[in-house]
Ligand binder design. Sequence first.
Ligand SMILES: NCCC[C@H](NC(=O)CCC(=O)O)C(=O)O
Ligand SMILES: NC(=O)OP(=O)(O)O
Length: 328
Amino acid sequence: MKLFTSVNDVTDISGLVKEALHLKQNPFAHKELGKNKTLGLIFLNPSLRTRLSTQKAALNLGMEVIVMNIDKEGWALETRDGVVMNDTTVEHIREAAGVMGEYFDILGIRSFPSLQNRDEDYSEDILNKFIKFSGLPLVSLESGTRHPLQSLTDLITITEHAPQGRRPKVVLTWAPHVKALPQAVPNSFAEWMCKADVDFTITHPEGYELDMQFTNGANISYNQEEALQDADFIYVKNWSSYQDYGKVITTDPSWMLTRDRLGVTNNAKVMHCLPVRRDLELGADILDSTDSLVIKEAGNRVWAAQIVLKKMLEANIKQADERRFAGS
Ligand SMILES: NCCC[C@H](NC(=O)CCC(=O)O)C(=O)O
Ligand SMILES: NC(=O)OP(=O)(O)O
């Protein structure tokens, strides 16, 4: 594996989940694999889970890790091409990414969308430039349109807690929020669920339709109660409008999931990628109950990151060996 930016970088999804669950039982079995290899984690936006879990995963594999919050600690980055840099930006992404290529063996990048310009965000220009100019194997730590480490984690968590002998029903439900949030988490979750062995439904108010490229194969409903019927897993997330790009169309509190809503479900477990705003997006009564999987889910971020880094290290070692043999 050279890139992990979407589900399309994975050839065997259920195989990857199984391997991640195996790592969870044997976290230090590959401690030699990452010896003398350096992972660079570059954040253009805040993070708690992605930063800590990916760092821990790399340490479990014996790697060195360097973390930089480039938005706060680096020179102001220019990402556009063909501009005279006579304003506030100091360093171009071409040089910045190129330099990272000299220091690291694997690069992780977090780059949120601006939510101002849909074409720009959905072109994944910044992620693609880091890939191109670093020349490194790259793992997305959440980009303009996707959060694949989160989605792999979510599938691992669903697989661990799924009922025996039948396909689980998974429902992604929109939740209210005061701020405009990216579509990356729900896009990515939908994209993975549509390819997984689950019965998948999305429910949201009108105007919150996600880009159809991510929801192909999902049932979509504007009626939350109907959608929740017989659910085994409920994935709660706010996102801003894709159509009226980046806008908050409603904050209707009746969309907030509370425990009394779970009555129509099949004792559903509730998931959220975190951070979550209590009693705005999701009721504290759920978060503080055994119906919530959010902490275990966040725990599984380690195994998602570790299996991805392991695949990248193995591919790189193979490539390096091939180069060595070719030269001998
Ligand atoms: N990485 C996990 C989610 C990150 C981001 N949430 C946020 O920005 C929450 C901000 C707030 O609640 O103010 C999102 O939804 O994509
Ligand atoms: N879920 C998630 O990606 O959390 P952070 O933004 O804290 O990394």
